[in-house]
Design a binder for this molecule. Sequence first.
Ligand SMILES: [Fe+2]
Ligand SMILES: [Fe+2]
Length: 264
Amino acid sequence: MQTEFNVLFIGDVVGRYGRRILRSEIDNIKREYEIDFTVVNIENAAEGFGINKKVYAELEPCADAFTLGNHTWDKQELINEIQAMDKVIRPVNFAKRAPGVGFRLFSVNGIEVAVINAIGRIFMLPVDNPFYEVEDLLESGLLDKAAVKIVDFHAEATSEKQAFGWYFDGKVSAVLGTHTHVQTADNRILPEGTAYITDAGMTGCHDGVLGFNKDEALSRFLTYIPKRLKVCKKNLKINGCVVKIDSKSGRALYINRIDRACDI
Ligand SMILES: [Fe+2]
Ligand SMILES: [Fe+2]
């Protein structure tokens, strides 16, 4: 039975151009790295803010699981639509009464995989403690049959992300950071076998501010007058990482970054 299991993780997809490059390139990346399972963070996929039914339908064939973040509810219609999206996972430490689920289990060629989404609390809106929520989930027994466990930790502060990685070292296969939209060069395997990266980066326009037109973003910082941000189109890149995992032990073997320029 297969023991090496290759996971592709893609950082925040921003707007229509992010979606377009993802759709055009994803099969090539999967083939190149012999990917068994794909997770994509899509919290910014609809015009840069949240997701809806239409955007999900467009991206659904690209991945096995989709994660979210602080922009989860930017499109209000998602409150009613999320129940029907059977690959979507929103942060597990959102309010208990919020719709959607914080983890999912998948079965791939006899290998059980758990995907968890959690969100940080430093410089973010108040939520339940992500450390305890994920720990309680791991101890609940609900994920016991899955040796492979992937966590998307969506957080602002590097310190909180690093601390989260250390806390779950040896308890999950990978702690992969999202939210800052800037890929960090600290991908590594922690001592107990957990793959870690502070931030996987962003899929979309890299000649703006977090995927948005720089002029509008700049004007906000210069005047503090709210202005609607629009996604930009230049220097398009897919950011993410590939994690090789031993599917028996759940330990990660390596983690490589992906930073791929794309034309559309
Ligand atoms: Fe984001
Ligand atoms: Fe975010």
